[in-house]
Each structure stands twice: as C-alpha cells, then as structure tokens.
Design a protein around this ligand. Structure first.
Ligand SMILES: [Fe+2]
Length: 268
C-alpha cells in the first residue's frame, strides 16, 4: 500500500458546530464527516470538501452481521464526493436481519464471527477501493463463549483483510478501566503500524462505570495514550470527537492544538 498522506489533526463535523467550524476551518487540518448525515446533504458535503479534506466515517456498515448493499452504495457515494485518503466504520454490528438495533453492538470474539467480519470487510473493500479503517468500540460486555480476546480478534481482521485501524484511544481507556485491564497492554498487542487514524474524546463516570459520551474534555489518561502511540507509530490523522456538552469553540481548538503538539513532537 502506498503511504497515506499525513492529514494532521482534525475535528468531527457536527451540525451544532457548523458556524464555528466554517469560521475556523483554517485551524483544522481536516474534518471527519459522519457519512450517514450526508446521504441527503450532498451540496453541504461538497461545500465542506471545497474548504478542507474530509474523511467519511460511516455508522452502519454492520460488518459484524451483514453489509446491506443499499447502505454500502450510499457510503460509496459519500466517498466518491469527498475523495478521501481513507474512510472508516466500526467493528460492530448495528443491524440483525431487517432490524436496525440503533447502536453499535460488540461482536462475539469467536472464529465464526471472525469469518463473518472478514467476509464483510472484504465486501466493503471490493466495492469502495480506498483504504478502509475499522474502529474499536467500547465494550459494555464481552460475549460469553468468546474464544479469542479482543486484541487477537482485531489483529486477525487486519491480517486477513488488509484493512486499517481507526484507534479510538478513549474507547481503549474506557474498556481497560471498566474491565480491569491496562490500556497500554492492549495497545502493545495491536498492529499499531496499521493505525491510520485516532479518535480522542472525553466521557463521564457514572454508577461505577466509564461511558464514552463524547461530552467532556479529553482526559489526561487518553492524552497519555496518544503520546505513547505517537512514540511507536504516529498515525496519519488524529481527530477530536465532541457530540454533546459543547464548550466554547476555543476549547476544542485548544484540544486540536494540544494533539498537534504531541503528533509533531513525535515526528521531530
Ligand atoms: Fe470514536
């Protein structure tokens, strides 16, 4: 695979942030756009793309169950319009049969589930011939009967399909803390050279558990994981995700600058 362009540090485009993003687009190296939000908004997508690189992030390819062709075609269209260096979705399932389940559900870590994911990822990559990254999600639970651990499962998907990883470091932290593990041990077991992009976000702690709400500043623990990753394998893109509890935009720009200083520090 040819080396991917190093995009730098961007922000997740969200409608409530639109005016601020447009005003400060020069302070952001790229935008991540939720593909689903633009299926009927092509003019807006074209406008954003004319200003800055846009990386599509899809929500419902559902590689853990079955990729629906109509949805895949819609994602393909967003990729065509944005002409990105890569695009992404989650290692999850969001659909079972004809029933959308409305959120990202973890896949069982079994050989059977691995075959399903590998087949689906290949199907996506055959239709959309761009580098494709899968994001690690938060695991509210691990399926009983799993025969592989999460890191081995991710390694195998990458090895068997040639896909990339979108590494959500907040999700790594949340899973480690909720399940009594060490986040860096998990990172050490991933093929970090295949990480194309990173997600950074902040969540809340409630009723004894961490939740990935994207509603708070990035925590120091998650910044530390970014430094750790950048020392080993600096990713081509780093993204700040904020979906709720929007602070003054200057705070988000501060997080973008902080991420940039870590990324550039690693490159120096
Ligand atoms: Fe994420």
């Amino acid at each position: 695979m040819a080396p991917l362009p190093r995009l730098g540090v961007g922000l997740g485009y969200r409608a409530p942030l639109r005016a601020d993003i447009l005003r400060h687009v020069k302070d952001l190296d790229f935008l991540e756009v939720i593909a689903d939000a633009f299926f009927r908004e092509e003019p807006m997508l074209r406008a954003l793309r004319s200003m800055t690189p846009c990386v599509p992030h899809a929500l419902a390819l559902s590689v853990g169950s079955e990729v629906r062709l109509d949805y895949l075609e819609r994602v393909a269209r967003v990729v065509e319009v944005t002409d990105p260096p890569w695009f992404t979705d989650h290692l999850a399932f969001t659909q079972e049969g004809d029933v959308p389940i409305g959120h990202l559900a973890p896949v069982p870590h079994t050989e059977e589930s691995l075959r399903v994911v590998v087949d689906n990822v290949r199907k996506v990559m055959r239709r959309i011939q761009r580098p494709f990254g899968l994001e690690n999600i938060t695991m509210p639970f691990y399926w009983p009967g799993s025969t592989l651990d999460e890191a081995t499962f991710l390694q195998e998907v990458v090895k068997q399909t040639g896909c990339l990883l979108l590494l959500d470091l907040e999700n790594v932290r949340v899973n480690a803390e909720n399940h009594g593990r060490v986040a860096r041990d998990f990172l050490d077991r991933l093929p970090l050279e295949r990480v194309v992009q990173v997600h950074l976000a902040g969540g809340v702690h409630a009723e004894g558990l961490h939740h990935d709400t994207h509603s708070a500043p990035v925590s120091q623990e998650t910044w530390d994981l970014l430094e750790y990753l950048c020392d080993v394998a600096p990713p081509a893109g780093v993204l700040i995700e904020r979906d709720a509890g929007f602070p003054p935009f200057a705070d988000l720009l501060g997080e973008v600058r902080h991420a940039r200083s870590i990324l550039e520090g690693a490159a120096a």
